[in-house]
Design a protein around this ligand. Structure first.
Ligand SMILES: [Zn+2]
Length: 415
């Protein structure tokens, strides 16, 4: 309603000056927070009958408002599983010689056909090229040389390209192999083949996620087994026992993974400098596994709200905050996030380093597994492991290290 009233006032003053001009008036507006509009068009007809000094002047005119919506997120969690698209879309980076898939949503589709959505390389033209055309809502970009690039999109329509121009930044990188040392703790009843299959599935799923940072996990040797009842159900509160387990391999130039059956007095997976410990507990899944590897790469947990260990809500929260460019560092892209998206939603629905365990879903496409280009503003928590294994937590606001730019070598190693 606000928009309509305002536009009529503007148009009437113009009509009076152009009383003999029959050209249709046109106004274009973008869906933004606070305007409860749906994408589409609306024609408004109005008439004027002059009285007094304007006696004898009368007309009827129509103008059209086009309302459009663009959803173009450098931070998103969307995988396409058809043919070559088995990777995250809008990735922060990908491997040289490989490709990245990029997508934009523009509504209404009948007013903005694919042919009027034209991508261009605005930086790093020697780094990337379009694989199968440069128009449409979904394109593939090939990485030709290592380096940074930027893509921008001209979206046509009646009023010319939409401003500001949506853009996205990316990186072409060499593939970073991540060798793993794997230990599986067994007892007499362990189905070893099933455990090995589970480990291989977790690693395969992790590699789908880490395609966006051009990393590849692999086991260079064979999987190790140890039969030990006290580790089979590991007590996180028994720190000497944890250190003993994670000391099975020392200073290998690899990331060390220790698979146990269950973990008591602790989360179902955790990372310490000696390696990652993962339970076969039912609530553990690929997302939690990949999240812990994110920690091993130097990334930190991020939250929309501070929730203390005893379950109470703390003072820090960014949950309802509007998204602004300063909060997203390298991942702004012109600000084309959905109108109802808040910083809290963005963190919880998209980021791999979102710190709470996400309920397991049968479709991994809904899991928050995005690694953005850089740090994101949010609620953080520094957890320091004390010499006795206890943890001191300290909550704060700030730009949290959750992105590709926050990884140092992309090659985590355990002590
Ligand atoms: Zn975490």
């Amino acid at each position: 309603m606000r928009l309509r009233t305002k536009s009529v006032v503007v148009s009437v003053s113009r009509i009076v000056r152009n009383v003999n001009d029959d050209a249709a008036q046109s106004v274009t507006a973008r869906v933004t927070p606070g305007l409860p509009l749906a994408p589409g068009t609306v024609d408004i007809t109005y008439s004027f009958i002059g009285t007094g000094d304007a006696e004898g002047i009368s007309f009827t005119d129509t103008f059209r408002i086009t309302i459009y919506e663009i959803d173009f997120r450098p931070i998103m969690t969307e995988m396409r599983y058809a043919n070559m698209w088995e990777s995250l879309l809008n990735p922060s980076g990908f491997e040289v010689g490989s490709f990245g898939g990029y997508t934009i949503k523009v509504e209404p589709a009948h007013l903005f056909p694919d042919s009027e959505i034209k991508w261009k390389i605005t930086e790093g033209a020697d780094k990337v090229s379009f694989m199968d055309g440069d128009t449409g809502r979904l394109i593939a970009v090939e990485g030709n040389a290592v380096g940074d690039f930027e893509l921008a999109i001209d979206i046509g329509g009646e009023g010319g390209p939409i401003q500001p121009t949506p853009y996205i930044c990316g990186k072409v990188q060499t593939l970073q192999p991540v060798p793993l040392t794997v230990w599986i703790v067994t007892n007499e009843t362990t189905n070893v083949a099933k455990e090995v299959a589970r480990v291989n599935t977790l690693i395969a799923d992790a590699n789908k996620v880490f395609k966006q940072t051009a990393m590849e996990l692999f086991i260079p040797g064979t999987i190790n087994f140890t039969n030990n009842p006290s580790w089979y159900t590991l007590d996180r509160a028994n720190w000497p026992s944890v250190k003993e387990l994670t000391g099975l391999s020392i200073n290998t130039p690899t990331l060390e993974l220790y698979f146990v059956n269950a973990i008591e007095n602790g989360p179902p997976a955790f990372h310490i400098e000696d390696g990652i410990v993962i339970s076969s507990h039912s609530s553990i899944d690929s997302r939690a596994f990949v999240h812990e590897i994110g920690h091993a790469c130097g990334l930190n947990d991020i939250y929309p709200v501070q929730i203390n260990d005893n379950g109470t809500i703390g003072e820090h929260s960014v949950a309802g905050q509007e998204i602004i460019s300063e909060d997203l560092s390298l991942d702004w892209g012109g600000g084309y996030y959905p109108a109802d998206m808040t910083l809290g939603k963005l963190i919880a629905e998209n980021l791999l380093m979102f710190g709470y365990i996400v309920p397991k879903d049968t479709e991994d496409t809904t899991m928050p597994i995005d690694i953005p280009s850089g740090s994101i503003f949010g609620v953080g928590c520094t957890r320091t492991v004390n010499p006795n294994g206890s943890i001191t937590a300290e909550w704060f606001y700030g730009h949290i290290a959750v992105g590709l730019g926050n990884m140092t070598t992309r090659k985590p190693e355990s002590l």
